[in-house]
Design a protein around this ligand. Structure first.
Ligand SMILES: [Zn+2]
Length: 60
């Protein structure tokens, strides 16, 4: 089963529509980190952000 996660960064009032899908959580986190850096300019995500993201991962 694939793991999926939606970007939960808000730009003004709009939620970022991006989401990622990967086979493993490790791979998924890599994609998220890339997206956060490229699109949102977030280079180092805090532990709190990472925890929040991991909590929102769904399988299916
Ligand atoms: Zn985003």
């Amino acid at each position: 089963m694939a793991k999926k996660v939606r970007c939960n960064v808000r730009k003004h009032d709009d939620e970022c529509p991006w989401y990622a899908q990967a086979e493993t959580e490790e791979e998924l986190m890599k994609k998220i980190e890339e997206h956060a850096e490229n699109v949102h300019g977030i280079k180092d995500m805090s532990d709190e952000m990472l925890k929040e993201i991991k909590r929102s991962i769904t399988e299916g």
